[in-house]
Design a protein around this ligand. Structure first.
Ligand code: ATP
Ligand code: MG
Length: 256
């Protein structure tokens, strides 16, 4: 079982879109996938058409009141399960304030799943913040996948998350975690800016950049309001093809 956090503290860069659609593409080819929504906004939850239920999130798990397995919900999509989120998950930021090791609650909670045979891939969708939920996700992850939006401040955002990972390592949260790669999202062929940002990122972090680039696509933006990943909403769209392509590159890198 590999745990991959989809993370970037910058908002609106395509974390949730990537988490949902990568999870769906992996499940589509038969991988057993668990998506954990660690963002109180619960976008990954509603994007998969799962209702947000009070107490149905990671919150009681992180508080030590329930086991992780109790919170796993099925989704309408074969091989894909979900731990939903809820707004109350945000209260963890204050609940953990006095805790001795506030960073490691999720890592510890995942242990029973690592010991079992159930899931091959666990994806963590994370909130756009530098708070404890994000830190718990990064500390629990074996690998980090960083979506970067093709826009002007992309590189600044990237250096911030690299800095955060460095800080976490210094606090003993490393655990062998590494960065799996950077995925460029919302690429717009009509603008020079997208091309320029892509070239900048390629120059700065050539080894980390995935070859697949996710284009800006209305269908990708529409899918969550129908509670479906793109592979179910419009299976033959360019967006579906690009996430399927990314999925194979992701798997190749995962086993490299
Ligand atoms: P947050 O930081 O708020 O959690 P996020 O990083 O998870 O945001 P998303 O919610 O995935 O970002 O995407 C932000 C917005 O951009 C959403 O409205 C989403 O539908 C849209 N979007 C994401 N990827 C694409 C794309 N490739 N083409 C068009 N729209 C996209
Ligand atoms: Mg999100």
């Amino acid at each position: 079982m590999k745990v991959i956090a989809v993370a970037n503290q910058k908002g609106g860069v395509g974390k949730t879109t990537t988490a949902i659609n990568l999870a769906a593409c992996l499940a589509e080819i038969g991988k057993r996938v668990l998506l954990i929504d660690t963002d109180p906004q619960a976008n990954a939850t509603s994007g998969l058409g799962v209702a947000v239920a009070p107490g149905g999130s990671l919150l009681p798990v992180l508080l030590g009141e329930k086991s992780i397995r109790e919170q796993i919900a099925p989704t309408p999509f074969p091989h894909l399960d979900l731990i939903p989120s809820e707004l109350e998950l945000a209260t963890i930021e204050t609940a953990f304030a006095g805790s001795d090791s506030p960073l490691f609650h999720l890592r510890d909670a995942l242990e029973p799943l690592r010991a079992g045979e159930g899931y091959e891939i666990v994806l963590l969708d994370t909130p756009p913040s530098l708070g404890l939920l994000m830190a718990n996700a990064l500390a629990a992850a074996d690998l980090v996948l960083i979506p970067l939006q093709c826009e002007y401040y992309a590189l600044e955002g990237l250096s911030k998350i690299l800095e955060l990972l460095g800080k976490l390592d210094a606090m003993g949260g490393k655990n062998g975690r590494r960065i799996l790669g950077i995925l460029m999202t919302m690429f717009d062929v009509r603008t020079n800016l997208s091309q320029q940002v892509l070239e900048d990122v390629r120059r700065h972090v050539p080894d980390l950049l995935f070859r697949t680039i996710i284009p800006r696509s209305v269908r990708l933006a529409e899918a969550p309001s129908h509670g479906k990943p793109i592979t179910a909403y419009d299976p033959s769209s360019v967006g579906a093809a690009s996430y399927r392509h990314f999925c194979s590159e992701f798997l190749a890198r995962l086993s490299a």
